[in-house]
Design a protein around this ligand. Structure first.
Ligand SMILES: [Zn+2]
Length: 407
């Protein structure tokens, strides 16, 4: 590959990458659940990787076998009880404050944000289990990466620090890019810092697709002398131009917020949340180009709190996250739409799924299950049944991690 770049006179950074989903290199939006932005399940080139209880595991879809991501001979991996030896396992990843796992171009990335005994650290894991290395440390006192993703060989993250200012506790928040390859490798670049008149409380929830990275900002905005209004907005960062803009739709008022984008058919889909109507009010979903332009109404929703997901093929709308909120509400239900926005099926989930599961790839939805006995493993839903469910409950197949079963 490098040879080609030299011949064409282009550096890898200038290479034009498409505004489509590139398998193996792009942020895996379909493995992120709404309740947290921290995916613990990732698709690799030769199998899947998962993060559970301080270790990374490899899952082979054909053998249906889960094994620790460590090729060291004589290593007990998760069976090791001595902490020092546990930490020397190639698969070790302290999940004391788990912030998820990312696969990108043959390697796995994990940020250990625990700063109690060491600096927050970015680790790189070889996907064959042959080793891991410290890639980057945040050594400035009190500064911590809180939310992060890896997309096309760049780590995007929120950097946060609390400080005391004239008897008031305030915080520093900014959004950064840290290239993992190329000439600017491991040189952090600040790409967004909140404006002066904003009292930003939340900055994060990063997601990415094609040549765009999206992140949310929420807080209070001063209006005139004293009046303060709260706001939620989503920024879009163009990787190629470095330009940042806010996603807005025509006629949007200060009380209407765009808080989260999903991806479907190489476009973004999002709810325009009307804060005056509240969660149970009627709202509108929009579809727009990846840069936020040409936004138009996709469909309306009975309740603004419902969630929407894309898996690359279908679009799903679900009330699972919030279905218990009112007694006279509709039963928990997912609606499935095809590429022409025809509703082709509906289904529900077992009561143990009291929140949305990651919608997964086109063929299967994977997630991690665990039982009180200590047994855990992977469970998956085979999507080939879509089209024949008619509101019935979907079934998950369990693949226990053999090392977790006690007898
Ligand atoms: Zn090991």
């Amino acid at each position: 590959m490098l040879f080609i770049f030299v011949l064409s006179g282009c550096s890898p950074r200038e290479e034009q990458l498409p505004d489509t989903y590139v398998d193996g290199s792009d942020y895996q939006y379909m493995y992120t659940r709404d309740a947290s932005n921290f995916p613990n399940f990732q698709k690799g080139d030769n199998g899947y990787y998962l993060l559970w209880n301080d270790f990374i595991y490899f899952f082979d879809e054909e053998d249906e076998l889960i094994v620790p991501l460590c090729s060291k001979p004589d290593c007990l991996h998760d069976k090791e009880t001595a902490q020092e030896k546990r930490e020397s396992c190639n698969a070790y990843a302290s999940t004391f404050t788990s912030t998820g796992l990312a696969y990108c171009n043959g390697d796995l990335y994990y940020v250990d944000t625990d700063n109690s005994s060491h600096f927050p650290t970015l680790y790189q894991y070889m996907s064959d289990g042959s080793g891991r290395k410290k890639l980057y440390e945040w050594t400035e006192e009190g500064f911590m990466p809180t939310q992060w993703i890896v997309h096309r060989d760049v780590l995007y993250y929120t950097l946060q620090s609390y400080y005391t200012d004239e008897e008031e506790i305030d915080q520093f928040l900014a959004f950064y890019a840290l290239p993992l390859t190329g000439k600017d490798r491991l040189k952090p670049e600040q790409i967004y810092f909140p404006e002066e008149e904003m009292e930003t409380i939340v900055l994060g929830n990063p997601v990415a697709y094609g040549n765009y990275v999206y992140f949310l900002e929420a807080g209070n905005q001063k209006k005139g002398d004293e009046q303060v209004s709260s706001y939620i907005k989503t920024h879009v960062y163009n990787i190629q131009t470095g330009k940042i803009s806010e996603i807005r739709v025509p006629g949007q008022t200060d009380d209407q917020w765009i808080g989260k984008v999903e991806f479907w058919q190489d476009k973004i889909v999002f709810l325009l949340y009307d804060s005056e109507k509240g969660d149970s009010g009627e709202g509108f979903y929009y579809i727009a180009d990846l840069d936020g332009s040409d936004a138009e109404i996709l469909f309306n929703t009975d309740h603004q709190i419902y969630n929407i997901y894309g898996d690359g093929k279908y679009l799903y709308q679900s009330n699972a996250e919030n279905y218990e909120m009112s007694e006279d509400a509709d039963p928990k239900m997912y609606h499935v739409y095809d590429e022409n926005l025809n509703e082709i099926d509906t289904f529900t989930t077992d009561d143990t799924f009291n929140f949305d599961f990651p919608i997964g790839s086109e063929d299967r939805a994977y997630c991690i299950y665990y039982k009180e006995s200590g047994e855990w493993g992977i469970e998956y839903w085979d999507k080939s049944v879509i089209g024949s469910l008619n509101g019935s409950e979907i079934e998950f197949t369990l693949i226990p991690y053999e090392g977790s079963i006690q007898d």
